[in-house]
Design a protein around this ligand. Structure first.
Ligand code: ADP
Ligand code: MG
Length: 412
């Protein structure tokens, strides 16, 4: 049995909340998106990886027909939902953070081809959530919560859903119960992530491929700088960007922007208003950058020493340039960055990063920077100093590397 701190906290928390031991603990990681922002709902390509920070869900059956959920991160609220509501046709009317959990329970009962249901009448389930994924900082604490919950219920209820079915169920919970119109990237990364690899995902086919990404082995680090600015996914900017993309696809006569090449888009420029054109251009060029990045990583560009140190440096710089170009596109065409995010990227690149970009849905959150090993501290200090100069709160700095996906942590 694994006894990492998170598993220990989940066991303790569960016992405190319910006065008994859990039957098991399931956990799922947050993710960082290396590249491919706002391409997922355009049927395009993304390249996220699972990170070390995880959400754990301790769970056990109960016999009163209720789904009860508590979270260490929201200690004032224990929520009880009748399983009848979970089994009902329509989505459960549960608001706030418990909506993610009730939503997954609802979607999981509909996800699998095998037995789909909470079990015999009168049964129920107790869940206790604990996490070290910060919420709202672009690391997808929502998917970590959904996927850990999904794995727990799938096992407890012997629902027999595959990982792919779980990814869809978790997305459905976020779309239909929470009401956030997000794509499937976050859930896919959290469920399929691996140590030493990023998850290349074709969001139309919903097929993935692990491409090698082991920063440490390549003598690199991936620095994350969280600006502390928080976004609100379910509202505002995200929905309006999504609507722009749909408008552009319709005007161009394609199913989704995935079907548009950079050349086609330039030719059709006159048929779109300037803003819609720029929104579409971000998606089209970003898809190109993801494909380019996947190609480079498959070819081992970050560690291929053929041609000597100079050639290796050039390959790394080319990979980094894809990141920085992605940021420029999000800043100028998609307009989802903030001055603090832009400052973090500029400063990182000036301080010696191969490249940097905002990661996540935008309007706040984090910047990632690809830096030589041993330089994360220096680059982080430079960002902190620049933030101080311009009157921003100090960023929260960490390094991330591709880590394991969702799993059952305990085997009672
Ligand atoms: P992100 O996924 O980028 O962290 P979201 O707004 O998509 O941001 O999801 C954050 C929301 O997910 C939180 O506001 C909360 O409702 C829910 N959530 C995340 N982690 C937890 C947790 N450990 N316990 C309870 N709710 C959580
Ligand atoms: Mg989220």
């Amino acid at each position: 049995m694994l006894t990492d701190p998170l598993t220990g906290a989940a066991t303790k928390g569960f016992a405190g909340a319910y006065g008994t031991a859990p039957e098991g603990i399931w956990s799922a990681p947050g993710r960082v998106n290396l590249i491919g922002e706002h391409t997922d709902y355009n049927d395009g390509f993304v390249l996220p990886f699972a990170i070390g920070a995880r959400t754990a869900v301790a769970a056990a059956h109960r016999d009163d027909g209720f789904l009860v959920v508590a979270s260490a991160q929201y200690p004032d609220e224990v929520v009880t939902v009748p399983l009848a509501e979970i089994e009902a046709e329509g989505p459960p009317g549960v608001a706030g953070w418990p909506g993610y959990v009730a939503g997954v329970a609802w979607a999981v009962t509909r996800a699998s081809s095998g037995h789909a249901g909470p079990g015999p009448a009168g049964s129920g389930v107790s869940l206790y959530v604990t996490s070290d994924v910060p919420a709202g900082s672009g690391l997808s604490s929502s998917a970590a919560l959904e996927c850990a919950t999904g794995c727990a219920l799938n096992d407890l209820w012997q629902a027999g859903a595959s990982r792919g079915e779980l990814a869809r169920a978790c997305r459905r919970a976020e779309n239909e119960v929470v009401g956030a119109p997000t794509g499937i990237m976050d859930q896919f990364a959290s469920l399929f992530g691996e140590e030493g690899g990023a998850v290349f995902l074709d969001c139309r086919e919903v097929t993935g491929e692990i491409v090698p990404l082991d920063p440490e082995a390549a003598g690199l680090e991936i620095l994350l700088a969280d600006t502390g600015e928080r976004h609100a996914h379910a509202s505002g900017g995200y929905a309006s960007r999504r609507a722009s993309c749909e408008r552009a696809a319709e005007a161009l006569g394609v199913r989704a922007l995935r079907d548009v090449s950079a050349k086609d888009l330039e030719k059709a420029a006159a048929t779109l208003d300037d803003e819609t054109f720029r929104r579409a251009r971000h998606v089209v060029t970003e898809n190109g950058r993801v494909l380019e990045m996947a190609r480079a990583l498959r070819a081992g560009a970050l560690r291929d020493t053929t041609g000597g140190a100079g050639a290796l440096h050039q390959r790394r710089a080319a990979v980094g340039a894809l990141l920085t170009a992605s940021h420029a596109s999000m800043r100028d065409d998609f307009e989802i960055t903030t001055p603090a995010l832009d400052l973090a990227v500029e400063t990182a690149v000036r301080a010696g990063a191969f490249g940097a970009r905002m990661t996540g849905g935008g309007f706040g959150g984090s910047v990632l920077a690809l830096v030589p090993q041993g330089y994360a501290g220096v680059v982080g200090d430079e960002i902190t100093a620049a933030f101080d100069r311009d009157g921003y709160d100090p960023p929260a700095l960490s390094t991330v590397s591709p880590s394991a996906g969702a799993r059952r942590d305990t085997y009672p």
